[in-house]
Design a protein. Structure first.
Length: 122
């Protein structure tokens, strides 16, 4: 799987302090769990071949699948390659994460990590 990273090659992409901390924190956890460095676990840019897409379906939740797919495919031994991408800052609109969702997100990720470790340990 190839994933686009906003943080390779000194990209100028900026996020809020909280979001930046979260991306770095979850990327560190994912890197540890798959045994390979990932810098942007929350990027939604993905490219996969046919052999990769079938297992991907097992790990893909109905929303925000970025970390889940990296963990699931990485733990199953698939190669994950990050390439630099350029994303522009949001010009209008708002994040899908409300304060309530932002507070709930870490708990959802913890349960997701546990689920993926169980599924990939078989």
């Amino acid at each position: 799987m190839v994933t686009g990273s906003r943080f390779l090659n000194n990209n100028e992409y900026k996020t809020s302090i909280i979001r930046n901390f979260g991306i770095k924190f979850y990327s560190l956890i994912a890197s540890f769990l798959i045994g390979s460095r990932v810098k942007d676990v929350n990027s939604g840019y993905r490219a996969m071949n046919r052999r990769t897409i079938t297992p991907f379906i097992l790990f893909c939740p109905d929303r925000h699948p970025a970390m889940e797919t990296i963990l699931g495919l990485g733990r199953k031994g698939f190669c994950i390659k990050e390439i630099p991408v350029v994303m522009k800052q949001r010009m209008y609109g708002k994040s899908v994460f409300s304060t309530k969702k932002l507070l709930f997100y870490p708990f959802r990720i913890i349960f997701t990590i546990i689920k993926i470790i169980k599924v990939t340990s078989r």
